[in-house]
Design a protein around this ligand. Structure first.
Ligand SMILES: Nc1ncnc2c1ncn2[C@@H]1O[C@H](COP(=O)(O)OP(=O)(O)O)[C@@H](O)[C@H]1O
Ligand SMILES: [Mg+2]
Length: 298
């Protein structure tokens, strides 16, 4: 049987004594899943993503984190496997993290650094096949014609697409995206989510994406995990999350008619009204209460 992409058992994470930011998290994400991580600001989404990426060490004493069946953290200690596992993990942040003075192509080639010798990497001597891979990835996300421009000349949406191209070039098996669309206009946000979804479906890359635009989570993900105060309070496929669950999560009441739309947003049946709804928070939102719930996390 295939090992889960992510397997987390009984982890805690505190930055200050007795104030756990993650509190007894158990989580299994199968290879090939696309998971939307939702929850109000401060609920622990970024910390959970950072723990999975190995940027944060879990609290001592208990719990473990495994990626693709290999242990990377055990009871507060990172294992030697973490370095190697990082090559399989592509990370996309809310804040675009390209090096502005380098070309787009070089920024994407950075994704290959873990796979080539340190000496070659130091001198930027990327093999021809890596350059081809990077250009193909840029083609796929629709910005290959900008390959030789400085990254600083790209728009926010293009920079996020570049970050996805970098993860593709890296040949990441798992993509962790922490609010990748939070700083984007609605059209760019939709494009980035569509690209992430297509990579998930075509390349079978596992994707975990935190989102405060919950309609994107419902539209593009298979499964929703809701965090509240460092605990997973809902975990299920998109059809299983109800209006009450979301009210509980965001602490606001939603109007009755929202119920159908929230559920419907996840059913992905063509022609459903929910599919055509605009993005929340764009000023044209037909559903102010749900927009307010999203805005709580802004
Ligand atoms: N490096 C850190 N040091 C201290 N507290 C932190 C740190 N990172 C996050 N926190 C705290 O942990 C809680 C969860 O934060 P975070 O994971 O960023 O939540 P979210 O991404 O859901 O907004 C917040 O209360 C935040 O202030
Ligand atoms: Mg966050």
């Amino acid at each position: 049987m295939q090992a889960p992409a992510v397997a987390i058992e009984g982890i805690n994470k505190s930055f200050k004594a007795n104030q756990p930011v993650l509190n007894g998290i158990d989580l299994n994400v199968k290879q090939g899943e696309m998971v939307g991580l939702i929850g109000a600001s401060g609920s622990g989404k970024s910390t959970l993503i950072r723990v999975i990426a190995g940027f944060e060490t879990i609290d001592k004493g208990q719990g473990n984190v495994r990626l693709f069946g290999k242990e990377c953290q055990v009871a507060g200690r990172r294992t030697g496997a973490i370095r190697e596992l990082r090559h399989d993990v592509g990370i996309i942040f809310q804040q675009f993290n390209l090096i502005g003075r380098l070309t787009l192509l070089l920024n994407v080639l950075v994704g290959r650094l873990g796979r080539i010798s340190r000496l070659r990497g130091t001198f930027g001597l990327f093999p021809q096949e890596d350059r081809i891979k990077a250009l193909q990835a840029l083609e796929r996300v629709g910005i290959v014609d900008m390959a030789y421009q400085r990254a600083s000349t790209l728009s926010g949406g293009q920079q996020q697409r570049a970050a996805i191209a970098r993860a593709l070039t890296q040949e990441a098996k798992l993509i962790l995206a922490d609010e990748p669309i939070a700083s984007l206009d609605p059209a760019s946000a939709e494009r980035v989510m569509t690209i992430l979804r297509s990579i998930n479906q075509q390349d079978k890359v596992t994707v975990i994406v935190s989102l405060h635009q919950i309609d994107h989570a419902f539209k593009h993900c298979d499964r929703i995990i809701a965090l509240k105060d460092g605990k997973i309070i809902h975990d299920g496929n998109v059809e299983q999350i109800t209006k009450e669950d979301l009210e509980d999560l965001y602490g606001v009441a939603l109007a009755d008619e929202d119920n159908h739309e929230i559920r419907g947003a996840g059913t992905k049946k063509p022609g459903k009204k929910a599919e055509k709804r605009p993005v929340y928070g764009n000023g044209r939102d037909p559903n102010p209460q749900l927009a307010a719930a999203s805005a709580l996390d802004a």
